[in-house]
Ligand binder design. Structure first.
Ligand code: SF4
Length: 336
């Protein structure tokens, strides 16, 4: 049924009605820091990368901090990856920070390119980020598709669409004279009005054209993308001494570049972790990554002469490790 109603709406009619979206954006755009003041394309890129997987309220302080430390790509290229990770700690999805560092190194003193085709060649920049920076900072008529825009378009058409269909539809709808504003208007609509649950159709500027709003369940679109979390049991060991804590450099895609307490997954590795230590179990905690739910048992042991200890503040730590150290601190205060 949806497809037949969709084909009854001519593209011209749809585009004319969609102009109301820009009028709505002019009045209701979220007062985000990078909209209130004029920011460079580099600062715009930082915002896009940080906010891809981080909530707005959490991401804004990171954006402020990172742009102040690195006002251009060259200033980042001249620093260390570890210093960037230190500023990024707690923001999650650390591959973003590592890619940002690679990007700054790749530019090698050159300014950030302007076009979609050039931006997308850089490390860590995908179609969404390239389109956002090219359209918002340089007015290139290229459409963005993020989770918010995917939701708005799927509901507008009341169709479960493939990525390629979504891209085509976003390009067809794009206002080519105000492409940056258009993309941001679509994102704001998705985050403020066409929310995943309880979309506010009565306040929506494109309600007239929206097919999902004519149904009893607009939330039916888009199809949910479920990620199955694997449950994993892990053990960690907090080794404390007068000069700090034993911390190791983490490896791998998720936490590579950060530091953390000795960590093991599975029974065999746990035995190895605790071998030769008089370890005491002090508690447990749970931590979620996108694909993994960790059940972590926390042990502590005294430092030995061969242990290299560091102050936790001196290195970048993941949220998981900061949770572990908080649990350890709480245990220490109960003991004292
Ligand atoms: S009318 Fe409702 S379902 Fe349609 S785009 Fe607006 S908020 Fe979303």
């Amino acid at each position: 049924m949806a497809a037949s109603v969709a084909s009854a709406i001519t593209p011209l009619f749809l585009r004319m009605t969609m102009q109301t979206l820009l009028a709505w954006f002019d009045e209701h755009a979220r007062p985000l820091p990078w909209r209130i003041e004029t920011v460079s394309p580099w600062e715009s890129l930082l915002a896009e990368i940080i906010l891809q997987q981080t909530r707005m309220e959490t991401g804004i302080p990171y954006w402020e901090r990172i742009r102040a430390a690195y006002p251009n790509p060259q200033s980042l290229a001249e620093d260390t990856e570890e210093n960037l990770l230190h500023l990024w700690q707690g923001c999650g999805y650390y591959a973003r920070a590592r890619n940002l560092y690679k990007l700054a190194k790749t530019l090698d003193g050159e300014p950030l390119p302007k076009t979609y085709d050039e931006l997308i060649q850089l490390p860590g920049i995908g179609p969404y980020t390239a389109a956002a920076v090219a359209s918002i900072s340089h007015g290139e008529p290229v459409a963005c598709v993020d989770g918010n825009i995917r939701r708005v378009i799927s509901r507008l058409r009341a169709e479960h669409m493939t990525d390629s269909q979504l891209n085509q539809e976003a390009t067809a709808l794009l206002n080519r004279t105000r492409s940056g504003d258009w993309n941001q208007a679509m994102m704001d609509l998705g985050s403020q009005i066409c929310t995943p649950r309880n979309p506010k159709c009565q306040r929506c500027p494109i309600e007239t054209d929206c097919l999902a709003s004519k149904t009893e369940d607009p939330e039916h679109w888009p199809m949910r993308r479920t990620t199955k979390q694997q449950k994993v049991r892990a053990a960690v060991l907090v080794i404390d001494g007068s000069e700090g804590i034993l911390l190791e450099a983490r490896e791998g895609r998720t936490l590579g570049g950060l530091w953390g307490v000795p960590y093991a997954e599975g029974d065999v590795a746990k035995k190895q972790l605790l071998k030769g230590r008089r370890a005491e179990k002090i508690g447990s905690l749970r931590h979620d990554f996108t694909h993994k739910r960790l059940e972590v048992t926390v042990y502590t042991a005294d430092a030995q002469d061969s242990d290299i200890l560091r102050q936790p503040e001196s290195v970048p730590l993941s949220t998981l490790d900061r949770k572990i150290l908080s649990l350890y601190k709480a245990y220490q205060s109960e003991e004292s």
